[in-house]
Design a protein around this ligand. Structure first.
Ligand code: UFG
Length: 341
């Protein structure tokens, strides 16, 4: 059997990072994860160990800390890196743009520099469908132009992709995965998302409302040009997002070229409206949800969902979970963290 890679996962205690560590360990990879734990908790790392029954290296390291990063690279021999570590709140990025540029661009610089010095060639980068803005055509494919980003968060992802395209000429091979709307939690109920404070994203707001932590969900707008007037998104189970990273590592390993930058949409290809999601949640959980229609949220795009042909063919990947399962898993996790099970 071919020897499996040793993969460095930055942001390995984060929402998508931790689910990806599980997929990597289950696929036989050696994993070292780092995380500042500024916006996550060590119990997620413990959860990953319980789910997989496997050990992996974990270090509390901030990717902006050059000497700590140097130490990580000097003491391990990595074959590939998956870079999740970044800030991800759209609202917060509008309030604190400099924080977002400094963290999201700065951590990438420190990482690329270390990869070059230690000759680690392969990188998977966490990008976002936000790079497209409101696309002219949906489903959107990877050839769509980048529109002006709606937020500094979105702009930071666009800039990172630009940097990576340039750095690919220096022998770093990159797959950029443009996530649509990751939701859900691990089916075991042992790990999931830990939003800080009031959630911005729809599904954590839905589950917290169902759990009684929030009084009422507001659906932001029902006057959009969609079937029921609410926004349309491509919701994808976090485990499906995670598994694509394993395929991306295999893909890079198979490439002969020393220079490569390839972006893939990571979505299901199914557009679901906010109101459809709310109804599906009520249907699959049997829990009633207190919601009202409110005004549009500034900065929201009306509709966006992926054309997933490239990722399905190029990475030989397919989503396994449907919307109902994703919502059941999100609810199971919410109940666990609220002590309702
Ligand atoms: N929504 C509500 N009520 C809420 C929260 C959200 O109606 O309380 C609606 C939003 O208006 C939007 C949809 O649910 O129409 C999805 O909103 P999310 O905040 O869950 O997700 P976004 O599509 O805005 O955000 C996603 C990713 C971000 C990424 C962003 C940029 O979660 O990380 O896309 O496109 F930056």
């Amino acid at each position: 059997m071919k020897k499996k890679n040793h993969v460095l996962v930055t942001g390995g205690a984060g929402y998508i990072g931790a689910h990806t560590v599980i997929e990597l360990l289950n696929a036989g990879y050696e994993v070292t994860a780092i995380d500042s734990l500024e916006r996550s908790e060590i119990r997620i790392v413990e959860g990953v160990k319980s789910i997989t029954g496997k050990e992996f290296g974990f270090h509390k390291v901030d990717c902006l800390d050059e000497s700590a990063m140097e130490q990580v690279f000097a003491t391990h021999r990595f074959d590939s890196v998956i870079h999740f570590a970044a800030y991800k709140s759209v609202n917060e990025s509008v309030e604190k743009p400099l924080l977002y540029y400094k963290n999201n661009l700065g951590s990438l610089m420190v990482l690329l520099d270390a990869m070059k010095r230690y000759q680690v060639r392969d990188l998977i980068f966490s990008s976002s469908c936000t790079v497209y803005g409101q696309p002219d055509q949906i489903p959107v494919d990877e050839s769509a132009p980048f529109k002006k980003a709606e937020s500094p968060y979105g702009a930071s992802k666009q800039l990172c992709e630009r940097i990576l395209e340039d750095v690919a000429t220096e022998g770093i091979r990159v797959v950029s995965l443009r996530y649509f709307n990751p939701i859900g939690a691990h089916p075991s109920g042992l790990i999931g998302e830990l939003p800080i404070g009031v959630p911005n994203n729809l599904v954590p707001y839905v589950t917290q409302t169902a759990a009684g932590v929030r009084q009422q969900l507001t659906v932001f707008g029902n006057d959009y040009n969609t079937t029921d007037g609410s926004c349309l998104r491509d919701f994808i189970h976090v485990c499906d997002v995670a598994s694509a990273h394993v395929n991306a590592i295999d893909f890079l390993q198979e490439q002969k070229s020393a220079k490569l930058f390839e972006a893939f949409n990571l979505g299901t290809g199914v557009g679901v409206s906010v109101l459809e999601l709310v109804k599906k949640f009520i249907e699959v959980t049997g829990v009633n949800l207190n919601y009202k229609i409110g005004p549009r949220r500034p900065g929201d795009v009306e509709k966006v969902y992926a054309d997933p042909k490239k990722v399905m063919n190029g990475l030989k990947w397919k989503a396994k979970y449907d919307l109902g399962q994703s919502l059941q898993h999100a609810w199971q996790w919410e109940k666990k963290i609220r002590g309702l099970v």
